[in-house]
Design a binder for this molecule. Structure first.
Ligand SMILES: [Zn+2]
Length: 356
């Protein structure tokens, strides 16, 4: 059995349409009236958008309902689905904690509320019945003031039991006017010994070589192999990994056809740059991680050997996976040692259950 690691999933985009629709039916009469039928809601929620900005607007719909009270409801269903349907052994969940605090409070009050949100997400993600190793990535945001973003980096450093890294999100075209600020924030994060990733080189408007040296992983980064392949040797030397989220580029209008990703994979493999295949917004897309894998295979973007290399890279570049090896090697050892079923019970199985 294969168990997978997911390195790039947004909390806001992780709610599958049926869970969100049902939540509205139960708790939000206004939205329930707007979408009385599920099929109509699914169409609205999952249809492709013309631009990345238009696509990101949808996140605000989910962010508005993810409060300190409701987060456990959504996270329980997210972890349950990830365990049952996606075979995830490891999940990094990312979000901007500030955007889950009450809007009517002042900026400094909202900053003070962020720590509680991180604890709620951390506790809600740890479920004994659906055991997945989870950690959080806190996203700074291109539309938030510097003070808030700085407080998000500080919080990541203070809550290391729940947080494994920081990110920048909010649409990569919007970093341009504040590039120095984000460079400074990333330098600060590295000084605090935080792991770093960042939404960069996702679209043609989001190419900032100034930020690249600060990133341990690159959120998307597909424009590097597509438009700036001369940068690939630097990425390989820094052992930076691309987090490639295939369905996103079709939903945001960044690519017209998933087969355009073949060049991304081929150039990265040739240059020795690792790729982790991720979902980005599995709920919003209604596409779970195993289907991202399968789509790439059936569209001849990659072959099985490349897929397995990417799956292993995901564990290698995971910020908080606590083992040297992916889980497959732990399970293989278990199978080899398993005693015959005709013996006295199933001690091998029992041992596995206890350890998990
Ligand atoms: Zn993303």
């Amino acid at each position: 059995m294969s168990l997978y690691a997911e390195l790039h999933r947004h909390l806001g985009g992780s709610v599958v349409p049926r869970i969100l629709w049902r939540y509205f039916q139960r708790n939000d009469s206004q939205k329930a009236q707007r979408f009385p039928e599920y099929a109509e809601f699914e169409d609205f929620y999952t249809r492709p958008r013309n631009t990345l900005d238009e696509y990101l607007e949808l996140h605000t719909l989910v962010e508005s309902v993810q409060t300190s009270q409701t987060l456990p409801y959504f996270i329980y269903r997210l972890i349950r689905g990830a365990y049952i349907f996606e075979n995830l052994a490891y999940l990094e969940l990312r979000y901007t904690p500030y955007l889950r605090t009450p809007e009517h409070l002042t900026q400094s009050q909202r900053i003070d509320c962020m720590a509680e949100i991180v604890e709620i997400v951390g506790k809600a993600s740890s479920l004994t019945e659906y055991p997945i190793v989870t950690s959080q990535i806190l996203c700074t945001h291109s539309r938030l003031p510097y003070e808030v973003n700085r407080a998000i980096v500080d919080l990541a450093a203070q809550k290391r039991e729940y947080v494994c890294g920081v990110d920048v999100a909010g649409g990569d075209a919007h970093y341009a006017e504040r590039l120095d600020e984000f460079v400074e924030l990333y330098a600060y994060a590295r000084k605090l010994n935080l792991n770093t990733t960042g939404h960069l080189y996702e679209t043609v408007d989001g190419c900032y070589p100034e930020l690249l040296p600060y990133l341990m992983r690159i959120g998307h980064g597909i424009q590097i192999p597509l438009k700036h392949p001369e940068l690939l040797p630097q990425l390989a030397a820094r052992r930076q990994c691309l987090e490639v989220c295939p369905t996103t580029y079709l939903k945001t209008g960044t690519l017209d056809d998933i087969r355009q990703l073949k060049l991304v994979f081929d150039r990265c493999f040739d240059a020795g740059v690792d790729i982790a295949i991720c979902t980005d917004n599995a709920g919003l897309h209604n596409v779970r991680l195993p289907f991202e894998y399968e789509n790439l295979l059936t569209q001849d973007v990659i072959d099985f050997r490349q897929l397995q290399a990417c799956q292993e890279a995901s564990f290698r570049h995971a910020f908080a996976w606590p083992y040297q090896q992916p889980p497959a090697s732990l399970l293989s050892g278990l199978y080899q040692e398993a005693p015959s079923k005709t013996g006295d019970g199933y001690p091998g199985t029992r041992e596995f259950v206890t350890q998990s």
